[in-house]
Design a protein around this ligand. Structure first.
Ligand SMILES: Cc1cc2nc3c(=O)[nH]c(=O)nc-3n(C[C@H](O)[C@H](O)[C@H](O)COP(=O)(O)O)c2cc1C
Length: 233
């Protein structure tokens, strides 16, 4: 039976990120039956062993085995200082270099502001790729305000199941085609147009440097003429 592991990297005891990861886990098992599921909250691992990279300690070893045995992973993190958490990184650093080879990964992030909606793509995704994950699905960023916590069971507000505004598909108007800007040239003969360019190709030496200013872009140069047949070099 394929194994699905939800790995969460929040230091919070009452983590919104864990609520989102749970939601995704339930959703996946509802739509694809036959998964064996497990949860791993990095904050529950012994901190000293985690930070000292004691891979052989029983709880760390079991956590690493759980990752090795998983066929698919949900990797969920809150956004901290515009990136994933140091806690998650401390754990990912314990994985072998090929620790995610052959696994499918669904990255998730929660954050307080849409300003960091791209954290998954610019921060987390490169790490997952470095660990060999070949199939990292489109991730999902969820605003923390979409996670309801209170006296009842934690749950996601309906808007959390929709992509945030920055990621919504928008129907774009076709781009207006601007006419290509023509290069400016200080040489008056060049401004005269194509005829001058044709002349130059035949005979003229380059225009004197004194007619140009530093601000002028260089004159477009004609391609060199091939030597006439039989000409000696
Ligand atoms: C130390 C710290 C740094 C944070 N930095 C950011 C940030 O840079 N961008 C952002 O959108 N949210 C930021 N947040 C808000 C959290 O990402 C957000 O509340 C998240 O849902 C918390 O998840 P958790 O409950 O699982 O810990 C920060 C929160 C904390 C505590």
């Amino acid at each position: 039976m394929p194994k699905l592991l939800a790995l969460t990297g929040s230091p919070s005891a009452h983590s919104r990120t864990a609520v989102v990861a749970d939601h995704a886990l339930r959703h996946l098992t509802r739509s694809h039956s036959g998964f064996e599921t497990a949860r791993l909250a990095v904050r529950e691992l012994p901190a000293a062993d985690l930070l000292a990279a004691r891979r052989g300690e029983p709880e760390i070893r079991r956590a690493l085995e759980a990752v090795a045995e998983a066929d698919g992973l949900i990797i969920a993190t809150p956004v901290y200082k515009a990136s994933y958490t140091g806690l998650l990184k401390a754990f990912l650093d314990l994985l072998p270099q090929d620790g995610l080879v052959g696994k499918t990964v669904l990255p998730l992030a929660t954050g307080g502001s849409l300003a960091h909606v791209l954290t998954i793509d610019y921060a987390l995704r490169p790490v997952l790729a470095a660990l060999g994950a070949r199939h990292v699905t489109a991730g999902r960023f969820v605003l923390d305000s979409s996670v309801e916590r209170g006296s009842g069971p934690d749950r996601l507000r309906p808007e959390a199941d929709r992509p945030p505004p920055g990621r919504r598909r928008v129907r774009r108007r076709p781009a207006r085609r601007e006419p290509a800007a023509r290069p400016r040239c200080a040489d008056p003969r060049h401004r005269a147009g194509a005829r001058h360019r044709a002349d130059r190709r035949l005979v003229s030496p380059p225009p004197p440097l004194t007619t140009r200013t530093d601000k002028d872009p260089p004159c477009p140069q004609p391609s060199p003429r091939p030597p006439p047949p039989g000409a000696s070099s």
